[in-house]
Design a protein around this ligand. Structure first.
Ligand SMILES: [Zn+2]
Length: 258
């Protein structure tokens, strides 16, 4: 599995109710099935519970299903055996991808409880993506979907020749929603990042156009980074939209480690 002890970096072995290393450091498996390997208190503890619930309700409407189908095309095309999902949230993508050994890492307990309960086949770990308890050069593919890019860790954990799959919002993602709320809606910048030791080998934009009722729009909006930057006046505008047809657009970039 290639999960390592956050104290001594030896391999962790899974037992019935815990993970344990050769030195005897032991980590209990929570009743929902995830394991907490977060070492130090980090400055934030993942998404707020409110954001996790909004995302859960929204994802279960499956507007984003076409995205996970696209991601799975890469998993199948590159015959991925070991897959690591960084900032996996509730495992919406992790659970769907057809790799044989899957690990999801996130800092939100609430999200990991949902993930582990719904998907016992994958291993879910509470940890920072910037200090991931995963062995060097152990992963065939790493996925980062709408999350910060832990570039140093990704370079460390990928096997030579392994793949990094990155999902970012496309330029027109949610543009109609932004137009309905903001005076000056902006488009997302389209930029595949430059990452040391990783070469960009494929890039594509996928999109869909869907009509959503107000409750889905509200949940979707709460998942976005815009939510916390929006005035209560602008939030009230959203409350008054009964339904809206909007663009969902994602930029998928595939990198390979040299
Ligand atoms: Zn140890």
């Amino acid at each position: 599995m290639k999960i390592i002890c956050p104290i001594c970096q030896e391999s962790l072995n899974k037992e019935a109710k815990r993970y344990v290393c050769k030195q005897g450091h032991s980590f209990d498996i929570a009743k929902e099935g995830y394991v907490n390997l977060a070492m130090q208190k980090t400055s934030h503890s993942g998404d707020s519970d409110q954001a996790v619930i909004a995302r859960h309700l929204f994802l279960n409407r499956h507007y984003y299903h076409f995205l996970r189908q696209s991601l799975n095309d890469y998993v199948l095309a590159y015959h991925v055996h070991k897959l690591l999902d960084l900032a996996c949230g509730e495992g919406y993508y992790t659970s769907y991808l057809k790799a044989t050994e899957k690990i999801g890492i996130d800092l939100s307990k609430k999200a990991l409880k949902l993930a582990a309960k719904n998907d016992p086949q994958s291993t879910y770990v509470l940890a920072s993506i910037f200090h991931a308890p995963i062995a060097d050069e152990s992963q065939d593919m790493i996925l980062t979907c709408f999350a910060p890019i832990a570039d140093k860790e990704i370079g460390r954990m990928l096997k030579k020749g392994g793949y990094f799959l990155l999902v970012q919002p496309g330029p027109k993602h949610l543009i109609e929603l932004k137009e309905a709320i903001y005076e000056k809606p902006y488009r997302n910048e389209e930029k595949a990042p430059i990452i040391d030791n990783l070469k960009l080998i494929d890039k594509k934009i996928i999109s869909d156009f869907v009509e959503m009722p107000n409750d889905d729009l509200q949940n979707l909006f709460m998942m976005t980074p815009y939510f916390f930057k929006t005035s209560s006046l602008d939030k009230a505008k959203l409350a008054n939209i009964e339904k809206l047809a909007i663009t969902l657009e994602f930029a998928i970039s595939l990198f390979q480690k040299g």
